[in-house]
Design a protein around this ligand. Structure first.
Ligand SMILES: [Zn+2]
Length: 328
């Protein structure tokens, strides 16, 4: 029997507005089947370039493309068509979607004047997408803890001297973006990969109201941090173990070697592995990726009481194919 490849159900590509082309082929790793997320307009462009290269160089494994607007980039998008005759359009947009204290108004004004890009009309962004080429709607979700960095938004390789501000994207705006992304998933029958920080109930309720009736859409909860009870009694009970998946990372789920969940209680068919790493970041060499996935597999092998890491690798690969509706 051919050995199953490793699965990275949720990873990323660099967000760099100044360089949207991967600079080398270091990312070529034919051992890992990947679901590669996009979070914003910059990494989405880069992902297109990556996939062209990957299609030529990667033959044994599959690379799945994610299209999403991550909550950390949700302020860059507007629901109003751009009115270039309105000189206050940009200012009004950011002032509306960002929550701030009065004392932070000068900081916000400065960011709007000199740091934030012009907002993007979300429907224009969506209209340019060929959804037949999208495999996953992700990364999308809600984040209650996120604060906007001083350079406007997270950029993978340009975070020197960046500080966290006290500015936040309003939950109302995050919810609108998340809702629009879920609608895309159900309209086009595409699976989702979800980010949730301290919004467990809101994320579940909205996902349920939009996705439950469409059994073509499977759900992956990435680096899940909610409780085991909520997972079992809400997510799995509602969507069943046929549709609900959990992608498990070394960094979040096995922090310091101990797990945040009792995996024995979770149906093993629901479990996937992920790194959540940026695959083309210079320091994230192939060895590091393989190592992280192998560490997660080792933890899972122990927790699930499986015979060997090969068994776990095979299980995760089968699960991922089920998640992606791929008949084996
Ligand atoms: Zn992620």
């Amino acid at each position: 029997m051919i050995e199953a490849p490793l699965v990275d159900a949720h990873c990323h590509i660099i967000t760099d507005p100044y360089n949207k082309i991967p600079t080398n082929n270091d990312f070529i790793n034919d051992n890992i089947t990947r679901g590669i997320m996009s979070n914003n307009c910059y990494d989405w462009e880069r992902l297109q370039k990556y996939l062209i290269q990957a299609n030529i160089n990667i033959t044994k494994t599959k690379q799945f493309a994610g299209f999403g607007i991550h909550p950390w980039y949700s302020h860059l998008f507007t629901f109003k068509p751009i009115d270039s005759s309105d000189t206050h359009f940009k200012f009004n947009h950011y002032k509306e979607v960002i929550t701030f204290k009065d004392s932070d108004l000068p900081l916000l004004k400065n960011l709007i004047d000199s740091i934030f890009p012009d907002p993007i009309y979300i429907e224009d962004y969506i209209n340019n997408i060929d959804f037949s080429k999208i495999d996953i709607i992700g990364e999308i979700g809600l984040d209650k803890s996120f604060t906007i960095p001083s350079n406007g938004f997270y950029q993978t390789s340009r975070d020197d001297n960046v500080t966290r501000t006290r500015l936040r994207v309003s939950m109302n705006h995050q919810l609108k973006i998340f809702e629009r992304m879920l609608q895309l998933a159900t309209t086009h029958n595409i699976n989702v990969s979800l980010h949730d920080v301290n919004c467990h109930l809101k994320l579940f309720d909205l996902s349920k109201s939009i996705l439950l009736d469409n059994s073509n859409v499977n759900i992956c909860l990435h680096s899940y941090t909610g409780s085991i009870e909520f997972l079992l009694t809400q997510w799995i009970k509602t969507f069943t173990s046929n549709r609900l998946y959990l992608s498990v990372s070394e960094y979040i789920n096995f922090k310091n070697g101990s797990s945040n969940l009792n995996f024995k209680q979770i149906p093993s068919r629901c479990i996937l592995t992920e790194t959540d790493y940026v695959i083309d970041y210079p320091e994230n060499k192939n060895e590091l990726m393989n190592q992280s996935l192998n560490n997660t597999l080792t933890h899972l092998t122990n927790q699930l009481g499986l015979n060997s890491i090969n068994d776990t690798t095979q299980l995760i690969y089968n699960n991922f194919n089920n998640f992606m509706h791929i008949n084996q």
